[in-house]
Design a protein around this ligand. Structure first.
Ligand code: SF4
Ligand code: SF4
Ligand code: SF4
Length: 378
């Protein structure tokens, strides 16, 4: 086993291969305060990539309601239960074991295998709430809410240390040097399903028709052309932005992803304790149960929520959030100048500009010029 640096855990972790970070690392940030579970992202991916035979139950992008939803069924509870209680240190350093460090001697990764039935209910638990009953009163007047749930959209995390890649006995899975996207070579895959069992996020899936495993491809043909993935550009709630993340020691303040993850620290990886350095990042929901959020996002979640609440006094960060969903192009750099947020491509050319505060126009109910009455809508 090699020792590799995992900045999300603040320490080195064990991995079967040496550290080899790609030139660029694909990443998506999701603002969980804005997702409405419309599933447009899910369908955008499905119609693009998984409408074939054997892919009927395959959702490379899914959106589940937390805490009760999960696709496949209870995927996170089951792997967390297997790992058992682990702890974080006072300085945010992870003291517990990762899935690779906790693996039994004959296995590469601590894992569980979902059954066929576990894959049959992609929307189980939708809109089911947790916490105090609704009639307990006052449940939305304070934060966090007594009664809560939130929507969690998920794609493959194109992990820095993928468990799927570590477990594949055929070496059919590889991580691309140019963008960090993790792909399965369909000509090498023999469908042993080791990746399906090993991925704790359950984002590698078995196709019984082709008898190979398949997974989110990060929309690499679009990314190669400077375009964001389908699930990102079709997001109705404009809750997502895709870009490239640097490790903290190479972070650039004008890179939108680095800014939100490393500078403002309001976007966090989910279940970082599993040890894979996943590259999808979430702005946590401010209304949900803090203990639950601690388990999902680690000890920095309280600070992230505080920072998010203060965005109203932070024109640069607020401007950057306005750029989410504003263009289908990948934003490599951003700036906020005189109340306008501007996004730039890899060559430094301007792609998009958005006012941070939308202008408000008030119209009188009766337009004397046209002699017509209007119905103003709020
Ligand atoms: S999320 Fe799962 S399938 Fe995706 S790279 Fe990580 S381990 Fe592999
Ligand atoms: S990045 Fe592309 S392949 Fe992956 S979930 Fe999104 S739409 Fe599907
Ligand atoms: S399209 Fe956007 S808002 Fe709708 S479910 Fe997907 S992530 Fe949430």
């Amino acid at each position: 086993m090699s020792k590799v640096k995992n900045w999300q855990l603040g320490r080195e972790v064990e991995y079967p291969y040496d550290e080899s970070r790609p030139k660029r690392q694909w990443a998506i940030i999701f603002d969980l305060n804005k997702c409405i579970a419309c599933q447009t992202c899910t369908l955008a991916c499905k119609t693009t990539w998984t409408s074939g035979k054997g892919q009927e139950y395959m959702f490379w992008n899914n959106v589940e309601t937390k805490p009760w939803g999960g696709y496949p069924l209870a995927w996170d509870l089951r792997i967390l239960e297997k790992l058992g209680r682990q702890d974080w240190g006072k300085n945010g350093e992870y003291l517990g074991k990762t899935l690779i460090e906790a693996a039994p001697p004959t296995e590469r990764v601590l894992h569980y295998a979902p059954t066929d039935e576990d894959w049959m209910y992609p929307n189980v638990g939708e809109d089911d709430c947790a916490g105090a009953p609704v009639d307990s009163g006052g449940h939305v007047q304070k934060l966090p809410h007594d009664e809560w749930m939130f929507y969690l959209p998920r794609t493959c995390a194109h992990c820095t240390y993928p468990a799927c890649l570590a477990a594949c006995p055929r070496k059919a899975i590889y991580k691309r040097e140019e963008d960090g996207i993790v792909l399965i070579d369909q000509s090498r895959c023999k469908g042993y399903g080791e990746c399906v069992r090993a991925c704790p996020y359950k984002k590698s899936m078995y196709n019984p028709y082709t008898r190979t495993s398949e997974k989110c491809v990060g929309c690499y043909p679009a990314v190669e052309e400077g375009i964001q993935p389908q699930c990102v550009v079709n997001c109705i709630g404009k809750i997502r932005v895709m870009g490239f993340i640097n490790p903290p020691w190479k972070a650039r303040e004008d890179n939108p992803i680095d800014y939100l993850v490393h500078k403002k620290k309001i976007a966090l990886p989910y279940y970082p304790q599993l040890g894979l350095e996943p590259n999808i990042y979430y702005i946590p929901p401010i209304h949900a149960d803090p203990e639950y959020l601690h388990q999902m996002f680690g000890p920095r979640v309280d600070d992230a929520i505080q920072a998010y609440k203060q965005l109203v006094d932070d024109p640069v960060a607020a401007g950057l959030l306005c750029l989410m969903g504003s263009s289908d192009r990948i934003l490599h750099r951003f700036a906020v100048e005189k109340g306008v947020a501007i996004g730039y491509d890899a060559d430094g050319a301007e792609i998009v500009r958005v006012p941070v505060t939308e202008a408000i126009y008030e119209r009188s109910a009766f337009d004397a010029g046209r002699g017509a009455a209007r119905h103003n809508t709020p």
